[in-house]
Every structure is written in C-alpha cells, then in structure tokens.
Design a protein around this ligand. Structure first.
Ligand code: CMC
Length: 436
C-alpha cells in the first residue's frame, strides 16, 4: 500500500478521516482487495490497524478456487468449466467425481481405473457393524452416518499423513467408495433390517440401491430410470463452492486434521435445516400443509415472517437455481415410473404463488436444489431421515476436492478469524459469598 497519487490505476483510494491520510490499495481480479492491506491504516503506532467485519462471510472471499463456478445473478453453475446441464445429461456421477477431483474429464482408461478403485474400496471394516449396533433403533440416519465417518479415522491411521498426495488419494477413494455403504447400513439399522454388503459388479448408484432395498431375493435389479435419476441427483449435489459445509471442511482441514474427521464435521454442518437438512424440512413442510386448500394460510404466515418457505432462497443465487430446474424435470420422469407424488401439487402451487408474489419476488426467493429433490427421494422409497444423507454422499466428492485444493494452496494457513470483543473490561475475581 502506498500514499495515493493521481491518474487511472487498478487501485482503490482510501482516505482515513481520523488522520487525514490517504492510502492506495491494490485491486485484484477486478473487484477484490486484500483484507491484510487494510491493516496498515492506523491512527498511531500502537493501533492494531483497520480490519473488516463480515459476520457469516457475506462479502468475503476466503480462497481462490478452480473447482466450481457459480454466477448467482444469471443462475449459472459449472464444474471445472462444464455447465451443470451438460454434465447432468451426458455424464455419470463417477465421471463427474473424477472431473471435480482431478480437474479434467477422464479418458476411458482413467475412468475404468477410477471405477475399479472406488468399487474395490466399498467394504467397511466389520467393526463398523458393532458401532452401528450401539445406536438406538430410532437414531437419525444422518447422526449415524456422521459418527461412522468420523470413526473411520481410527481405522486408517495413515489418513493423518495429509501432506502426502498419494496417501491423500487413498483416503479420497476410500471415502467416495464407503459413503454409500455407511449410508445404507445407517438406513438398514434404522429399519431393523440385516445389512446387505456391496456388490462389485453393480454401478455406484445401483449398488447403493441394492444395499438399501434388497430384501429376501438373491438378485436385485433397480429400475434403470430410478438408477439414472439417483445418478443425476448425485451429479447435481456434488459440489457448490464455498457453502457452509465446504467451508467447515476447509476450516477443519486447515488444522491438518485427517479427512475422515474433517468430512464428519462437514456432514454435521450439512445436517442443519438451513443447509442440506432443508430437503427433509421441505418434505415435512409439504406434509404439514397437506392440501392446496391450506396454502393461503401457510403463505400468510411466511409473509408475516412467522415461517420460512423451506427449499426457497439462496445466499448466492438471485435467480432460479439451475439444479432445481433439472430436478423438476427429473421428478416428472421418476413420477411417470413410480406414480405421481401427491405432494407435488402442493409444491407446484407454492412455486407458482412465490414466483408471482411481491414478498418473494422483491427478495429474489426462487426454488433451490432442495425444493423438489425430497419429492423424488420419497418416490424412490426413502424415509425423510435419509434425505440429508443422500445429499452427503455426492457432496463428499466436492468436500474432498476442496480439501485437496486447500492443502495444495500455499496461501492457506490454519483458519482463524478475528473478533470484535464486546465483553466486560478487566475485573477482579469475587468470592462466591460476595456475588449477586
Ligand atoms: N422463506 C421466507 N423468507 C425468506 C426465505 C424463505 N425460504 N429465505 C429468505 N427469506 C427472507 C428473509 O426473511 C429476509 O427477509 P427480510 O429482508 O425481510 O429480513 C430476506 O429473505 C433475506 O434472507 P436472509 O436470511 O438474509 O438470506 P440468507 O442469504 O442469509 O439465507 C438461506 C439463505 C438459504 C439460509 C435462506 O434463504 C433460507 O433460510 N432458506 C430456507 C432454507 C433452505 O431452503 N435452505 C437450502 C439452501 S440450498 C441448499 C444448500 O446449498 O444448502
């Protein structure tokens, strides 16, 4: 930072009216200043220096990233440059996983090897079954899955070697491979059903559906329509740049915790109803509304600020979430096969009203990814408790790609925000008899 001069430059001039001093701060990438450049703005030598205050990081970039690009104003989402619409139509989930993790679409050989490696690591240690048996019969599937992922860290001590790229890759493959197994085990425990082990000749999603739903038959073949629908949902959920859970993954990872522990933390963040728990909240909301007749009263409570229309709104998208458009089409394809979910009529009516009403239009509240996904999950036979788990399986890929990128980024350090202290000044300890 330098004292300011004149003429057009790629800089920002700041006048500190407390001192009358002028500063010139460099502008990067067209609209970014480095927060540390503000530190030199001081009233005197003892001053800590200027900093920015940004609760919930609404206007702060915490990283450079080349993984996922979102243009929230135009409703655009791209993975490594590829539009989400093209990937959802033409790719498989494991191909997209490779793209996110490695940076480019795989060649046929690379994809074969990746599929082989993921398939090879689908089994979990038998002690995982013992852990599962410790959970109550009615334990929430997301709570179980989150705990099991963190427990896996104890099975793979080499996961601590986070600076070894080869060791990192092994953990990445293990996590992508084992997530469906752990998720299916959590579901079977919840239902009181025997665990079904992975079948290596099935596709990633078919194997998952097999572990979930096979009962009493030797061979289980899910409908190709449902298998593909789940694959598309997995593609749409695979990454979404610096959201709450991804930031959690990066923050925990920045302390060099192993990826199992970091990913378990990311899952815990995802579990919240404002984030990946929203799909579950949408289904509960639609069930509670029950009939299109009850929509006016429900919408009135939303307008009054008493309720939120779950599955609507997004921090970044101020247009229709492109994932929601694709899911809406997929929902219709699934319902042709499974029969129409009666809650769809309520959802469509809510969307119609919201897209016209001043309250929602003025706040740019459009359906997000969670608005229609739950309806498909329900049609596929999943209980609502599984919905956040179904989000976590594909997002595992995004979390790991972002974790890897963070560790390779020489600018990253342990994450450690500042605070503005608002508590008491120094005071002396008082004996308990003299308090109050
Ligand atoms: N229903 C009703 N009003 C809403 C909603 C909603 N779903 N979302 C935002 N608003 C209002 C909010 O009350 C506020 O109004 P006002 O300016 O009068 O105070 C205004 O819109 C801005 O809201 P905000 O809470 O400041 O926005 P945010 O960027 O902090 O929150 C959000 C984003 C996703 C948490 C929020 O829109 C929300 O709670 N949506 C419902 C939960 C949901 O569907 N979450 C899934 C997000 S997509 C999946 C994922 O990536 O996690």
């Amino acid at each position: 930072m330098a004292e300011s001069g004149t003429g057009p430059r790629n800089t920002l001039s700041i006048r500190d009216n407390r001192t009358g001093r002028d500063y010139e701060v460099e502008v990067h990438e067209g609209n970014v200043i480095r927060a540390m450049d503000l530190r030199q703005i001081r009233v005197n030598e003892d001053d800590f220096g200027m900093m920015s205050y940004d609760p919930a990081f609404t206007n702060t970039a915490s990283t450079r990233s080349s993984i996922t690009e979102i243009d929230g104003a135009r409703g655009i989402l791209r993975y490594r440059g590829y539009p989400i619409e093209q990937l959802a139509e033409k790719s498989t989930f494991l191909e997209v996983a490779y793209l996110l993790l490695k940076g480019d679409l795989p060649t046929a050989d690379e994809l074969d090897t990746f599929i082989h490696d993921v398939t090879f690591h689908t089994y979990a240690h038998e002690n995982v079954i013992k852990l599962l048996n410790g959970f109550r019969y009615d334990a929430h599937a997301m709570g179980i899955a989150t705990s099991l992922v963190s427990a896996l860290s104890t099975f793979y001590p080499d996961a601590k070697e986070v600076h070894d790229p080869e060791k990192r890759w092994i953990q990445i493959v293990r996590l992508v491979a084992k997530m469906p197994t752990l998720a299916a085990f959590a579901y079977r425990h919840h239902r009181g059903l025997p665990y079904v082990y992975p079948e290596n000749e099935l596709s990633y999603t078919a194997n998952f559906l097999n572990m979930l739903f096979r009962i009493g038959v030797r061979d289980y073949a899910p409908s190709p329509v449902l298998e593909r629908a789940l694959d598309v949902l997995f593609i749409l959920h695979a990454d979404h740049e610096q959201n709450c859970s991804t930031t959690t993954m990066r923050v925990i990872g920045s302390a060099h915790a192993d990826p199992f522990c970091a990913l378990s933390g990311a899952m815990a963040a995802l579990y919240g109803p404002l984030h990946g728990g929203a799909n579950e909240a949408v289904l509960r909301m639609l069930t509670e509304i029950g009939s299109t007749d009850n929509i006016p009263a429900f919408m009135e409570s939303v307008r009054k600020g008493e309720r939120r229309l779950m599955g609507f709104g997004h921090r970044v998208y101020k247009a229709y979430d492109p994932r929601a458009s694709i899911i809406k089409t997929t929902a219709h394809e699934v319902f042709e096969f499974t029969g129409r979910n009666p809650l769809l009529d309520i959802a469509l009516e809510l969307e119609k009203i919201a897209l016209q009403e001043e309250y929602f239009v003025s706040r740019n509240l459009y359906p997000n990814v969670d608005f229609y996904s739950g309806l498909i999950y329900q049609a596929l036979g999943f209980p609502v408790e599984m919905f956040p788990v179904l989000f976590a399986i594909p997002r595992t890929v995004g979390w790991l790609a972002q974790w890897e990128e963070m560790l390779e980024d020489s600018e990253q350090k342990i994450a450690r925000p500042r605070q503005i202290y608002t508590g008491a000044g120094e005071r002396n300890w008082v004996p308990i008899a003299d308090r109050g």
